[in-house]
Design a protein around this ligand. Structure first.
Ligand SMILES: [Zn+2]
Length: 169
């Protein structure tokens, strides 16, 4: 069934053009709390720099692991080709932002094929990696979760209203 579903999505996108494909994708993301998932746990590659906090990331990885979402290894000093490429299959790449709006603490971009995560990039405002729960929130996006506007939920879009809680609506 999964294969048939993929085929239909691809067929619709190709036959009706890019706009319809984008609209379907937007609707799917807006109506599903976790529209994407990985086929294997992704590795996390620190391309932010040597000052990035291993401890903050270890906490964030534990946060998700105890809730059943396993991530691969954290690599503090990845190879140059992982950091030089825009994104790399099987990796969540961490970067220092250039040009994020100042109101945005961090931002995660997902690279997907239909509903499967291929890669992700988290961009941080300089120093924001040290903020409590910020890595947990961005890793949530990298795992495939969208936002949920419920006070104290880890996926609340507003940092001031975000908290440690997690549940699937
Ligand atoms: Zn967010």
């Amino acid at each position: 069934m999964k294969q048939i579903g993929k085929f239909i999505m691809v067929f619709i996108s190709f036959s009706a053009g890019l706009m319809l494909g984008v609209n379907i994708k937007t609707f799917y993301e807006a109506s599903t709390f976790k529209p994407y998932s990985w086929s294997n746990p992704p590795k996390i590659a620190n391309c932010y720099g040597p000052e990035f906090s291993k401890l903050q990331m270890a906490r964030a990885m534990d946060y998700w692991a105890i809730r059943g979402y396993t991530l691969g290894d954290y690599i503090h000093k990845p190879s140059d080709d992982v950091c030089e490429r825009e994104w790399t299959s099987g990796y969540v790449v961490l970067r220092k932002s250039k040009g994020l709006p100042s109101s945005t603490l961090a931002s995660t971009r997902r690279y997907t094929v239909v509903t499967t995560m291929q890669g992700a990039v988290i961009r941080y405002q300089p120093g924001s990696y040290n903020l409590d729960l910020l890595n947990e929130h961005e890793l949530g996006h990298a795992l495939g979760f969208t936002h949920l506007e419920v006070d104290n939920h880890i996926m609340h879009p507003n940092y001031g209203k975000m908290g440690r809680s997690f549940w699937i609506p």
